[in-house]
Write a protein that binds this ligand. Sequence first.
Ligand SMILES: [Zn+2]
Length: 147
Amino acid sequence: MNKAFMKEPDGLDQVRCPGCESVGVAVGNAPLDHHILPEYRSALGDHAWFCRYAGCDIAYFNNWAGRVLVSQLRSPVYPKSPDAPLCSCFPFSMEDIEADAQESVPLRIRELYAKSKSPAAHCSHLAPDGQCCLTEIQRLYFRLKSP
Ligand SMILES: [Zn+2]
């Protein structure tokens, strides 16, 4: 059976990782320059997609067969390496989320939220996907809160 009949065509903004088929997150120059080792940076241009699937070796890819592997990054990134820092801008760990989940008020996450709105936050170039980490931190928190 023709594959075209098996699933809806993807929108133009939905670009899928060639390694795992998960939908990539569009990134610009800044995260690419910050995370990719200089000798591999030329594999991609000014624009690429980050693969968020932890089990996939591909970190960044584009539509023209350009790809950069997790092993070609300057340092481990979350979620590719579960031990990598959750937040790219401020110190924040899984232990902080666990501690918040055990208390009635998530003070540590609130404090991080306040910092993320300050000029000291640089998610758009420090985060591997160029996005603020709080969505993921809230997801991890609620997963612990509601077993
Ligand atoms: Zn992938």
